[in-house]
Design a protein around this ligand. Structure first.
Ligand code: PCA
Length: 207
């Protein structure tokens, strides 16, 4: 079975993106019965949705785990909902700041994650990973990619398990910051990603 894992390049004041780091580390991992595909997306409101849509159409993954950085979070966030809105508080890496625009004209207001967030939560917590179910993926690039992939999946009418996961900042960023910045280690991020991949693989195998 094919599982696609995506992350993002660094953006704004963040010199490092934990989602890129975990994707790079996972690309050399082996998971039983899993053809794992990894992708680092640009923080660009035109290129990122284009790349994710093309990848889903071309590779037809059975499941998608998309990761990004949410630098003020204390816990890993299993995002529950993607909204049809671009309302950037900062420009993307192309220098564009979009305000009050729909992602898909006439698209639904929102899509729910199709990841089994309720089942994943205790699994991750039992491993000592700070994690929560989050009700907002924001209105920037992460939400844009999340909404775009859920929209493509809904157009294809396939039962693909897909969702977005936000990661707190890495300790190296918190160490350099003059603000009080919560952080989580790359080791815990990676552990969480591996647990989720194995869980999806087992569930997909059963179905
Ligand atoms: N986080 C940003 C975009 C890229 C990333 O890693 C977000 O939360 O929208």
């Amino acid at each position: 079975m094919k599982i696609l894992v995506t992350g993002f390049e660094p953006f704004s004041t963040h010199s490092v993106n934990p989602s890129q780091k975990i994707v790079e580390a996972l690309s050399t991992d082996k998971f039983l019965g899993v053809d794992l595909q990894t992708l680092v997306l640009p923080v660009d409101h035109v290129r990122a949705p284009g790349i994710i849509t093309e990848t889903i159409r071309k590779d037809q993954p059975d499941a998608i785990l998309a990761f990004g950085l949410a630098s003020s979070r204390f816990k890993i966030g299993l995002e529950r909902v993607a909204i049809n809105l671009m309302d950037f508080k900062i420009p993307d890496n192309s220098g564009t700041q979009i305000v009050d625009q729909l992602i898909v004209e006439k698209g639904p207001a929102a899509y729910f994650t199709t990841l089994p967030a309720r089942s994943l939560l205790p699994l991750l917590q039992e491993e000592g990973i700070p994690v929560e179910i989050s009700l907002t993926a924001g209105s920037y690039l992460c939400n844009l990619v999340f909404y775009t992939m859920m929209h493509e999946i809904s157009l294809q009418a396939k039962p693909i398990q897909a969702g977005f996961i936000h990661l707190p900042a890495l300790p190296e960023e918190a160490a350099k910051s003059d603000k009080t910045l919560p952080s989580l280690s790359l080791e815990l991020d990676l552990n969480a990603a591996r647990i989720m991949i194995n869980y999806l693989a087992q569930n997909l195998r059963r179905n």
